[in-house]
Design a protein around this ligand. Structure first.
Ligand code: MRU
Length: 361
């Protein structure tokens, strides 16, 4: 199912459901190739998440939610408990695909909760999976609305002609649509506000070059690609007036885990007196993790650093350290932008206030 780039770029979605099949845009081969992998097995969804076919915190949550549904299909169940056990087993398995983005666990918990409610309901056994699919679709659809709201709030921080730096990919490809950090850029474009976006290439997997530069360029946003080590000079020259990134998990004190290199950018932003914004849905806030030191940081295979697209670029036998994420301490964060508004420091208070208010809604 390979298609060439120029045919499809305007409507690229990272996750879609079609006739009992989960289709994932293979983000590993972007921007050169547009391939949708068709998945019907939970095992394949696990690999899709683990191997970065689908990536970005909200998108992996959405994919996993559909994965749970897939696991229930084409099986015979003696009773509703057996169906529920299948859901729980598959959800626990999918939760092992990647450790850092809390959206994965958030989405799986929501699916388990829905499955339990369905199993205890009067829903006929043969309709349980169809009902569960509606929950996965709701997670998917809500993410699009949430991202648009994040964009609305974030756009208020930007003005025409402003330079904005971003890292990794927190765009439409990482979410249902719009993205988190990139949402204001899309809304700005819609409204004729010109932002000059600088995209870090984002070593080692190049999500910035392959995905952010690609999706913004396709949307006609003014985007300039830089190597990660150029960010300091871009700031020194006054080319950017804000940094905005996504996140995989916000701890209760406002420490923020995001793609490796984010912390360095935050330090640079502070040194240059540039605001450092983090955009995320509330589902990325983890009030059960008190601070960033307790966020599990994924370490990935050494070949991401020792090879570039199949060519060896480092001596064989070299020792490699490859953490996929870092933690930015909360005192480097100017504001956290959610679908419910902009949170300001002290974050242990603003995060608590927001999450408590939402619990009582
Ligand atoms: O390893 P990845 O590509 O999944 O890392 C993604 C990021 O770090 C994103 O910035 C984060 O998930 C936010 S996506 C809206």
């Amino acid at each position: 199912m390979t298609q060439q780039l120029d045919q499809h770029t305007s409507t690229l979605v990272s996750v879609r459901w079609h006739e009992d099949t989960l289709e994932l845009l293979d983000q590993r081969v972007l921007p050169g190739q547009i391939d949708y992998l068709k998945l019907t097995e939970v095992l394949h969804v696990w690999h899709g998440i683990h191997d970065l076919v689908v990536r970005g915190a909200p998108a992996i949550g959405i994919a996993a939610a559909y994965g749970v549904v897939l696991g229930t299909l084409n099986k015979q169940y003696a009773d509703r408990n057996q169906w529920l056990n299948q859901v729980i087993t598959d959800a626990e398995y999918l939760a092992t695909a990647r450790p850092t983005a809390v959206n994965l666990f958030w989405a799986l918990d929501r699916m388990k909760l829905k499955a339990k409610a369905l199993a205890e309901s009067t829903c006929p056994i043969h309709d349980l999976s169809a009902e569960l699919l509606l929950e996965a679709k709701a997670i998917h659809l809500e993410d699009e609305e949430v991202c648009r709201s994040i964009g609305e709030h974030a756009l208020g921080l930007f003005h025409d002609g402003m330079g904005v730096l971003t890292h990794c990919n927190a765009g439409g490809l990482a979410t249902a649509r719009y993205g988190t950090a990139l949402a204001p850029m899309y809304l700005a474009k819609e409204r004729g506000i010109n932002l000059k976006v600088y995209a870090d290439e984002t070593r080692p997997v190049l999500q910035g070059a392959r995905l952010t530069a690609f999706e913004l360029q396709q949307a006609g946003v003014d985007v300039t690609l830089i190597c990660d080590n150029m960010a300091a000079m871009v700031m020194q020259k006054g080319l950017v007036q804000a940094v905005i990134v996504g996140t995989d998990r916000v701890a209760a004190n406002g420490d923020v885990a995001n793609k490796i290199g984010t912390y360095g950018l935050a330090v640079l932003a502070k040194a240059h007196n540039i605001p450092f914004y983090v955009a995320c849905p509330v589902s990325t806030i983890d009030m059960d993790t008190p601070n960033g030191e307790l966020i599990p940081i994924e370490e990935r295979h050494e070949s991401e650093i020792t090879e570039a697209f199949g060519t060896r670029t480092a001596p064989s036998g070299i020792k490699v350290y490859n953490p996929a994420f870092d933690v930015t301490p909360n005192d480097y964060v100017t504001a956290i932008i959610t679908e419910h508004g902009i949170l300001k420091p002290p974050f242990h208070i603003s995060l608590k206030e927001l999450t408590t208010k939402l619990q009582h809604k």
